[in-house]
Design a protein around this ligand. Structure first.
Ligand SMILES: NC(=O)c1ccc[n+]([C@@H]2O[C@H](COP(=O)([O-])OP(=O)(O)OC[C@H]3O[C@@H](n4cnc5c(N)ncnc54)[C@H](OP(=O)(O)O)[C@@H]3O)[C@@H](O)[C@H]2O)c1
Length: 173
């Protein structure tokens, strides 16, 4: 198999917000369903705070590699490592073992900021609103990432806002 891709999956408001008070500042059921389908079977890399924000329980069907500087952080059903590099290495090994071609970096802000320089692909749900928050995602640099697909998604019954789902690929990838 070829090289394992590093893929970032994120939902971000027009003003760059991804989180508020340890949670997401919206309810987007349609997007969560796509997240589930996109990440199913693939190793997930996430920061300790994001893991706590989803209830400190692994999402079904996906091996979890949690990044934490705390040696005591050890939760059932996940592996914890001490750096992003170690997390990507471990997740890549898990992807190879299970025959999938990518690992998914799924937040939060601190982890995205470090991982974006390493990412091959970004799946960005642009949430069409301006909201207050305390956690952000950096603007996607069009000189570095090329948008290769974009879909407008009207707000469904269980969605707070309409979204624009875009896939970006690193230009030199
Ligand atoms: N909209 C979205 O798509 C989306 C997706 C995911 C999360 N979020 C939101 O983002 C927020 C959480 O993001 P956050 O930035 O506060 O936290 P985070 O990135 O989830 O986790 C930060 C923690 O990760 C660990 N960490 C980070 N870099 C590390 C490194 N290089 N080496 C070792 N450990 C490292 C540290 O854990 P220790 O403190 O244990 O050392 C740090 O406190 C929440 O509001 C969540 O809802 C939004």
């Amino acid at each position: 198999m070829g090289r394992i891709k590093i893929t970032i999956i994120v939902a971000v408001s027009e003003n760059g917000v991804i989180g508020r008070d340890g949670d997401m500042p919206w309810r987007l059921s349609t997007d969560l369903k796509r997240f589930r389908a996109l990440s199913m079977g693939k190793p997930l890399v996430m920061g300790r705070k994001t893991f706590e924000s989803v209830g400190s329980k692994p999402l079904p069907g996906r091996p979890h590699v949690i990044v934490s500087r705390s040696h005591s952080f050890d939760m059932p059903g996940v592996e914890t490592v001490g750096s992003l590099g170690a997390a990507l290495e471990r997740a890549t090994a898990l992807a190879e073992q299970s025959g999938v071609d990518e690992v998914c970096v799924v937040g939060g802000g601190e982890i995205y900021r470090q991982a974006i320089d390493l990412a091959d692909v970004l799946h960005v749900t642009h949430v069409e609103t301006v909201v207050d928050g305390d956690t952000t995602f950096p603007p996607v640099d069009p000189g570095i990432f090329e948008c290769i697909a974009e879909t407008r998604i009207p707000a469904g019954e269980k969605d707070n806002y309409p979204t624009r789902y875009a896939i970006y690929r690193r230009r030199d990838a």
